[in-house]
Design a protein around this ligand. Structure first.
Ligand code: LLP
Length: 425
């Protein structure tokens, strides 16, 4: 069931017309559906209901605290990668013991914050980081629970920029160094080894790389246990892809993923940890935008919209496909072909080229679909365009969950040094 769909020719988010949100909040604006977040979380969680599993939603995908609180109510934990994300997760009511801390470059300050909060586990990615974490923990009189993120050297992921599990990637402990790293950790007073972690990539559209990674890790777990380490959790990261509507990649449903994972890990006697991000948030949001101008070029027509690459970076950065639909259902007998572009002064500010859609004109609203993950979270203020506001719909209600900053808000953080305060003579 789609929660962004037409009723009598007008697109709704759940029971709220998108045109109403555009009129009241302005465009561009991200619009999220509570029912979709909840359904995606439930589909994932329910398929692991018969196993010991922690679902640690990957906060980076969509980190708005109202979104986190929606998922927290469903029982979600969180996968965080910075002190900022940790703070968000705690504010949203996610218990510290359901928070895992990932990332290759944790700072001492972030380690301290996480140790103070009492998080479930640090996913450590290098010996250098391990030694610093040990020192910080000892200094604080604490013991840090640690899993090592190992790099299984498998190919996965929808795009080179989001593939992480190959040995040339910066992520994880090299496979050949995994056992010696555990051995070193075992001797450190501020470290308690609790598990193993992998994350092989994102927008993964077939199960084979997951299978390859799990089989490798299973072997590693056996060797680590033989060497005397206690391995009680296996975090397999996130990465399950979602349909973006272009049929090129139709990923397996979560139920098939769950079946595979359960089959391969049934005898391990571990708690499984998952870090899904896109799978939960991706299709829970749209970017709602207004057509500013239709520009008839010599050999192509441009739809110039009020959203730009700073608001939704994915097409510019990864050549990502997003479905685009008019909010007022158009006449499908009157198709036109457009390049859909934003106002930013770069050719890369293009959402799609040569897309066929019902004819549109200035003032029409469009929805860019599958924008709930890595949309608002990756936005910037390039060209001094204020961050896009975020709206959360819940049935017939909606609330602005991040306001649009004013240009004054942006300028407030900037200041003139003394030497520029006197006018030039
Ligand atoms: N865990 C770790 C350690 C990660 O690095 C990531 C994503 C996830 C979990 C969540 O992965 P997911 O389930 O969402 O695939 N900005 C890119 C995606 C970057 C993914 C980064 N890491 C995009 O828009 O496609």
């Amino acid at each position: 069931m789609r929660h962004f769909d037409y009723r009598d020719g007008n697109m709704f988010a759940e029971d709220v017309p998108l045109s109403k949100i555009a009129a009241e909040v302005g465009t561009p604006v991200y619009v999220y559906s509570t029912a979709t977040f909840t359904r995606h979380y439930r589909v994932f969680a329910d398929s692991f209901a018969d196993t010991r599993a922690l679902i640690a939603y990957s906060v980076k995908a969509n980190s708005n605290i109202a979104v986190l609180a929606t998922l927290a109510q469903q029982g979600a934990g969180a996968d965080v990668v910075s002190g900022g994300e940790l703070k968000r997760a705690l504010m949203a009511g996610i218990p510290a013991d359901k928070i895992v801390f990932s990332g290759v470059g944790k700072t001492r300050i972030e380690m301290r914050e996480a140790l103070t909060a009492g998080i479930r586990v640090f996913n450590v990615e290098s010996l250098a980081e391990l030694r610093v974490l040990n020192a910080v923990a000892v200094e604080m009189g604490k013991v840090a629970p640690v899993a090592f993120r190992v790099n299984p050297d498998v190919t996965a992921g929808g795009h080179a920029k989001i593939s992480t599990g190959k040995k040339e990637n910066k992520f994880g402990i090299a496979w050949s160094q995994a056992e010696s790293t555990y051995a070193e950790a075992a001797d450190l007073p501020g470290i308690q080894i609790v598990g193993v972690d992998v994350h092989i990539g994102s927008q993964i559209s077939d199960l084979a790389p997951f299978e390859a990674a799990i089989l490798k890790v299973n072997g590693l777990i056996a060797r680590l246990r033989k060497a005397g380490h206690t391995i009680s959790s296996f975090d397999i990261g996130g990465g399950l892809g979602i349909p973006y509507g272009n049929n090129a990649t139709v990923p397996p449903p979560p139920s098939e993923y769950a079946e595979l994972v359960k089959r391969l890990t049934a005898d391990l006697d571990v708690e499984m940890i998952f870090e899904p991000g896109r799978m939960i948030a991706g299709n829970s949001g749209v970017l709602l935008s207004e057509v500013l101008y239709v520009k008839r070029g010599e050999d192509r027509d441009f739809l110039i919209i009020d959203a730009a690459m700073n608001d939704l970076l994915r097409p510019a950065l990864y050549d990502a496909y997003h479905d685009i639909e008019p909010v007022k259902q158009g006449n499908l007998d009157q198709l036109e072909t457009y390049d859909v572009v934003g106002p930013i002064c770069e050719s890369g500010d293009t959402f799609t080229k040569g897309r066929e859609m019902a004819a549109l004109e200035s003032g029409d609203l469009i929805a860019l679909h599958s924008a709930g993950a890595y949309g608002a979270a990756q936005a910037s203020q390039y060209n001094t365009r204020p961050l896009v506001p975020e709206v959360l719909v819940n049935g017939a209600d909606y609330a602005v969950i991040r306001a649009r900053p004013t240009v004054e808000d942006i300028l407030k953080t900037e200041s003139m040094p003394e030497w520029l305060k006197t006018p030039l003579t």
